[in-house]
Write a protein of this length. Sequence first.
Length: 181
Amino acid sequence: MAQLAPNIDINVALSVAQTTTPAPIARKKRRKTARGTKISRLSDLQAWKLDDAQIHAADRASCKSDVYNHFNAELVRHTRPFSTDNGAIDVPNYMEYVFTCKTHPEEHNIRRRQEDVSRGIGNFHSSIATCHRRYPLTEITSTSTTGRLGAAYSYTMHLAIILIACAYHYLPFARVLDKLL
């Protein structure tokens, strides 16, 4: 008697027995600290001895967003009184940027300490959006769109629009141009 071989597919057995390893879990990457110039990383008291133009240029170099173009920036130095034997003197306290809207300076301004310039631009965006809602742009500026919003009227363009409408609605072009209808 001959032995009958069992009807087993070897490829199926091997594929069932082998398990795939799961993909490794993606690790969260640490955020890199904002790299500004050496001046922009100084504290207010350390940067007090520098000129306003130097501080502003260093902070502006580290800020890449275009929202700052909507504002004029002014650096204001705040002092606090300090009593000594000779009387009260003013000592440095902190520096603050006052961002004033270029188009409507009386409406909105944003104040931010010099140390916190790289804190984010969310309230700048909301302030610009509020400004544009209150005072819509009437003229085309270089920041919005370039070119004209519409083409000048021409008879050729008029015929082209009629032709497109006729093709879309399956109408004969001659019927639209017929003066009797």
